[in-house]
Every structure is written in structure tokens, then in C-alpha cells.
Design a protein around this ligand. Structure first.
Ligand code: GAP
Length: 516
């Protein structure tokens, strides 16, 4: 774990040093849990969004995309349940004045107890070797079964408290487990209370409650309120989906772990409208489609897993997370939710406008059920970087070049596709040729031109940005119109004719390689 924490710190500083992500308004010491994407970060993020958008809207003829406004009529959030139920249980420490989520403090305590059990099991595995029967040991070892029983009892109680919104019960669990402030060790807690996560602001010309607007905490509601507009204007029939990418805002109590939990972030959401009764079929199908989307990037199958929700959100009758093995452990990357007709039914009743689909084949009208896939773009960014970040020794290299840091990004996602490097910058004939090649390649994809420093250092810089191909223009180029093309991960170099460059690189970076 210490090693992983180390890797996480390295990823965060790599992001800053190489122009991927900066703290927001850094000259004023930053704003907690808000970040700005730099030149390479915004390219990578745009590519992640393109991958998602194409896989939804381009590859499915029954999914269309929209771009709804961030501000919505305030009644939207009443109907969606966010005004009443989009809360986290908050607790303050009276000594340290620090604020925490009570459920997270309890979950951390459960994880500590489970860790104790795992440590005992690992010790026993080392002791008994091949003959070790883990299942039997878990059931019969008194200490292990006591730990596991204890963690289950607390988890069950936490689930009850969260489902019933029982803040007193959460306070009791904090006391019973003698949970202390992780920073100071103080147990001097306030009572636990509900904290609504929506940011609000005021509409210019209306005073008071009437003019209270919210920054949307999820993009999904822009899809729900446009459901019939979209269905009618695109002549879709059920089942069909609406996809959207956009900003969402949540006043997270504890925002930490870099871009994992932010106050301003981006979501990529798709609502799939189905006939009531068909929802579980599509829920299962979207679970498997979304997992395939992640695996297509080359992410190891051992880094991704499903995790069923124990506490369902106020709108869901089934929910599962796709979790990724971040450097700080397996955590939610994407959610797939069966949202029933909760949202459309409430919007219909509060707006007084019918939100029903008329099925011409059966002559019936009904409010569709919805299966949602929802992934945070920033979280996906962090998952991709965590998977791509690699440190390795370079064979036959010496000094500063003996070790390299590279981002093994899928070529379709890499911010820069190709770097154009004249071998020497003080040879005008090489520079002129390199600039000509650059001018030709940049029409097709994003390239970088670099003539500073020794060639080895330029390769290292491109490795650190995740650039999959480097083109070097040398004296042979002037003779026979060929260049060397270096591949980032293998570092192999091949000589290819200049007039084949565009096509060769285009094939390698094509989205087709992900969608095939
Ligand atoms: N419309 C459903 C919905 O919003 P959610 O599980 O609350 O469900 C969906 O959020 C996804 O949005 C999460 O899986 C995560 O990737 C991302 N997300 C949620 N809160 C976030 C935050 N504070 N910072 C970054 N990403 C967040």
C-alpha cells in the first residue's frame, strides 16, 4: 500500500509537471477539490469523451446525444428528489473543527477490522503453504471469524441507518466504535446531521426562494425533461437512449484524492428508455457492454470489477458500480442504475405535462422505465493515467537516460499522436525537411515539433506525455526520403518512406482499433 501511495503521489506531480492538470487558481493557493486541465490534459480528456460519445451515439442507431443547460427550473430538483434526499451525513469534530462524512468514517473503521482478518489469513497462508484451506480457516479460526462477524454487524447497522436516514444511529455507531478524528485522534464529535450537496445561486431578477437556482448535481435530469422532445424529433421507438456529456457540481463534504472526488466535475451519462418489465434485461446488457468498453482500452481484467450497491440511491431499484483498482484501492468508476419510472413519473406529476410514450404497435401509452449508465470523465481520466503510468529501466542507456517514465496510453487516446524531431537543430536542411513533414502531418492529427536538446532527452519528454510515435529526420532522410519511426512502448525504430507516414500513423491511432 505504501508503494501505491507513492505511485499516486508521483501521478499527481506528473500531471502538474507535464501540463495535464493544475490546481485551480493556484496563484491564490488553489481552491479545494477544483482543478484545471492543461494543454495535454484537455487533449486526453477530449479523447476520452470522444471514445465514450462515439461508442454510444455513433455505434448505436437507437441512441442520440444532447447538450442541455446546466441551469434548470428549480422544480426539476424537487421532482428528482435531490432537494429532499441528495444528502450526506455530516459530522464535525469540535476540537479540530474538521468536517467528515460519518458514513465514510464508519466504512474506514470497517475496512480496518477487515484488514486485521486479512492479515491473520495471510500469516496462516504463509505458515501452512500449499495445504492452506482459506475457506475453512475463515470459518473456524476464532480470531478471524470474530473480526469478520464484527465487520458484518457494523456494516448491517450502517446499511439500516443509511437506508432509514437515521442520523442518531450513525452517531451511536461512531460512539460505539470509539472512532476518532483521523488527523488528531479527538473523539469530541457534534451530532450527525444531513447536509445537502447541491450548490445554489440566485436568478438575477427574482428575489427569495422563487429565484433559487441549483447547479445541476447530475446531468441526467436534462435528459429526463427532454425525453419527449427528443423522442418525437428523432422519431425513436422504445427502447432508445439519450446520451449527454457535461459538467455537474456537488458540494462534497470531504473532497480528496485529487480528481477522484471533485466539487466541479464532468459526467458522461446515458439514459436508456425501456418498456416497464424489460428493465432488468437491459440492466444486465448495459452492465456487460460497459465492462467491454473499459476492457477494450487494454485495462487488465484484474483491475476492474462489479460491486453491487448495498444502499440504493433514492431513485434506483438495482444498482451496480464498475470499480477500478486506483492506487488507493478499488473504488467506483462508473455506476449502472435501474431508475424505474421514478424521474419521469415525478416530472409528469409536478409539471402537469404528460411524459408518456405512445406505442403505435400496441396502441398503449406508458411512462418508460430507465436504465442509466453514468461515468465521471475525470475519474476515467485518473483510472487511465493510473493504468498508463510506468517507470522502467532502459536497456543499454546510461546516466539520466537509464530510467524513463512513460504513459502507456492507447494511441487513440494519447494527447499528441506523433512528434517530429530533426536530428540536429543547427542543420538547416534537416530543420526545413522536418518542418515540411510537420506541416503535412498536422493536417491529419495533433503533432508536436521539437528540436531542443539531445534526441534521447526529446524521446523521454514524449514518453512522459504518452506520445505513441516519434519521427526522426536524419541525413538519410535527405538522401532517400525515409524517416525513422520510434514506437513508445517497445522503443523499436523502423525506417519508413515519408509518403507512407500519414496513412501508417492514421491506421495505428484509429478509433477502429477500439471498436473492432
Ligand atoms: N446520474 C447518476 C449519478 O450521478 P453517481 O453515482 O452519483 O450517479 C455517477 O455519479 C458517476 O459520476 C460516478 O460513478 C463517478 O464516476 C462520477 N462522480 C460522482 N461524484 C463525483 C465527484 N464528486 N467527483 C468526480 N466524479 C464524480
Amino acid at each position: 500500500m505504501a508503494q501505491n501511495e507513492d505511485v499516486f503521489k508521483k501521478i499527481v506531480s506528473h500531471c502538474k509537471e507535464y501540463g495535464f492538470i493544475y490546481p485551480s487558481s493556484e496563484i491564490y493557493d488553489g481552491l479545494s477539490a477544483v482543478y484545471d486541465y492543461g494543454p495535454y490534459g484537455s487533449e486526453l480528456k477530449n479523447n476520452i469523451k470522444t471514445y465514450w460519445w462515439k461508442s454510444m451515439v455513433q455505434l448505436n442507431d437507437n441512441i442520440v446525444g444532447i447538450d442541455a443547460a446546466i441551469f434548470m427550473h428549480p422544480k426539476t430538483w424537487k421532482a428528482s428528489g435531490h432537494v429532499d434526499a441528495f444528502n450526506d451525513p455530516l459530522v464535525d469534530n469540535k476540537d479540530s473543527k474538521k468536517r467528515y462524512r460519518a458514513d465514510q468514517l464508519i466504512e474506514d473503521a470497517i475496512a480496518k477490522i477487515e484488514n486485521k482478518a486479512e492479515k491473520e489469513i495471510e500469516k496462516a497462508r504463509a505458515r501452512f503453504g500449499e495445504n492452506f484451506d482459506e475457506k475453512l480457516y475463515r470459518e473456524t479460526n476464532p480470531r478471524v471469524s470474530e473480526y469478520l462477524m464484527k465487520s458484518k454487524t457494523i456494516q448491517d447497522k450502517l446499511n439500516v441507518a443509511m437506508t432509514q436516514n437515521n442520523m442518531e444511529m450513525l452517531g451511536e455507531i461512531l460512539q460505539e466504535l470509539e472512532i476518532a478524528d483521523p488527523d488528531t485522534g479527538s473523539r469530541n464529535w457534534t451530532e450527525v446531521r444531513q447536509f445537502n450537496l447541491m450548490f445554489n445561486t440566485q436568478l438575477g431578477n427574482i428575489a427569495g426562494e422563487e429565484g433559487k437556482l441549483y447547479l445541476r448535481p447530475e446531468t441526467a435530469q436534462g435528459i429526463f425533461v427532454n425525453f419527449l422532445n427528443v423522442q418525437k424529433t428523432t422519431r425513436q421507438k422504445i427502447p432508445f437512449g439519450i446520451a449527454q456529456i457535461g459538467k455537474a457540481f456537488r458540494n462534497e463534504i470531504v473532497a480528496r484524492q485529487f480528481i477522484f472526488r471533485m466539487r466541479e466535475f464532468e459526467q458522461m451519462e446515458m439514459q436508456f428508455f425501456v418498456k416497464p418489465g424489460d428493465e432488468m434485461k437491459y440492466y444486465e446488457s448495459w452492465k456487460s457492454q460497459r465492462m467491454k468498453w473499459h476492457l477494450a482500452l487494454g485495462t487488465g481484467a484484474n483491475k476492474l470489477r462489479f460491486h453491487d450497491h448495498e444502499n440504493l440511491a433514492h431513485y434506483a431499484n438495482a444498482a451496480v458500480d464498475i470499480q477500478f483498482a486506483f492506487p488507493f484501492g478499488f473504488k467506483e468508476l462508473e455506476g449502472i442504475h435501474s431508475r424505474t419510472d421514478f424521474d419521469l413519473k415525478n416530472h409528469q406529476s409536478l409539471s402537469g405535462k404528460k411524459l408518456q410514450f405512445f406505442d403505435p404497435e400496441t396502441n398503449e401509452s406508458y411512462i418508460p422505465y430507465v436504465v442509466e449508465t453514468s461515468i465521471g470523465c475525470d475519474r476515467m481520466f485518473l483510472a487511465i493515467l493510473s493504468e498508463a503510468y510506468t517507470e522502467e529501466m532502459v536497456p543499454d542507456a546510461e546516466g539520466a537516460e537509464a530510467q524513463r517514465v512513460l504513459l502507456k496510453l492507447h494511441p487513440a487516446l494519447a494527447p499528441i499522436k506523433c512528434a517530429v524531431l530533426p536530428l540536429l537543430k543547427n542543420k538547416p536542411e534537416l530543420v526545413e525537411k522536418a518542418k515540411k513533414i510537420m506541416d503535412e502531418l498536422k493536417i491529419s492529427f495533433l503533432c508536436a515539433y521539437d528540436d531542443k536538446d539531445a534526441i534521447g532527452r526529446r524521446y523521454r519528454r514524449q514518453d512522459a506525455l504518452g506520445t505513441p510515435y516519434c519521427i526522426t529526420i536524419d541525413f538519410d532522410t535527405l538522401e532517400n526520403n525515409t524517416v525513422t519511426m520510434r514506437e513508445r512502448d517497445s522503443m523499436t525504430q523502423t525506417r519508413i518512406p515519408i509518403d507512407e507516414l500519414t496513412k501508417t500513423i492514421e491506421d495505428k491511432i484509429s478509433w477502429r482499433n477500439l471498436f473492432k
